[in-house]
Design a protein around this ligand. Sequence first.
Ligand code: SF4
Length: 323
Amino acid sequence: MSVPLVELRDVRVHFPVRGRSARRAGAVVKAVDGVSFALEEGRTLGVVGESGCGKSTLARTLLRLVPVTGGTVFWKGRDVRDFDARAMRELRRDVRMVFQDPLASLNPRMTVGELVREPLDLFAPELGESAKRDAVATMFERVGLRADLLERYPHEFSGGQCQRVNIARALIGRPKLLICDESVSALDVSIRSQILNLLIDLQAETGVACLFISHDLSVIRQVSERVLVLYLGKTMECRDADALFAAPSHPYTTALLRAAPVPDPRIERGRPRTTLGGDLPSPIDPPSGCVFRTRCPEADPRCTMAEPARKGVEGGEVVCHLR
Ligand code: SF4
């Protein structure tokens, strides 16, 4: 069996709570609490959940941008804690991120040409000037921007164009993994679908794997082969996308699916859209038993008493007493 590109085993990221708001000494926020997944080369894993459920923190563990409290993060079978400076540099070259705010991700003092070229200067200094120039122009056109705009500055571009620049910057060094962290959330609907289609095309061309993070299950549905559903830092369901969307198993996944818009406007118009009731509980003081129980329409007394275990279902696993 081939070694996954990325594997997380029982990863935990707990932050100590500082300041007066901590209700008791030693309180911690369990931003990520026992999450496992594996991602193969060239594949896409969608990570979905409401804001504050630990999606971004989870992705940052790979680049050691947050301290891991427990569990192990593997890159090509190697524990990233063992990486020396050189291995970390290679990892930063091989794993690139595209963030939510397209303009804020770009240095306003650099032209977009300089911005797209910057990763080559950092990670491929051996390339000659003309090779870098050609690579930048080719990449710029590949993401749907005209090469004669390379001398302009980010503020001269729309949000969608800035996100194309960010994608060009991320992919020019031919990374192995692209982490898209709410990368289309700030864009309006028509631009969002253009950027999603661009990402799907570029992934097919380059073979880059993708960790696609979004609060919107309809966006995850368009890009993912496998889906990880998180709630308060814990896995609720992790399954092949086809099986999950055909028959969601966890009540939280069902609620997210009911709240997500359907791309077909005729279906969307006639469809009752239900939102998930209640607020996300405080991560400092999560509910006992199943963390989803305070908002779960199916909760019964067992759900207060004990944390549910993982169970195998078609295409993956679910964490719920009733399944
Ligand atoms: S374990 Fe209970 S509260 Fe949690 S999702 Fe299942 S039914 Fe709902």
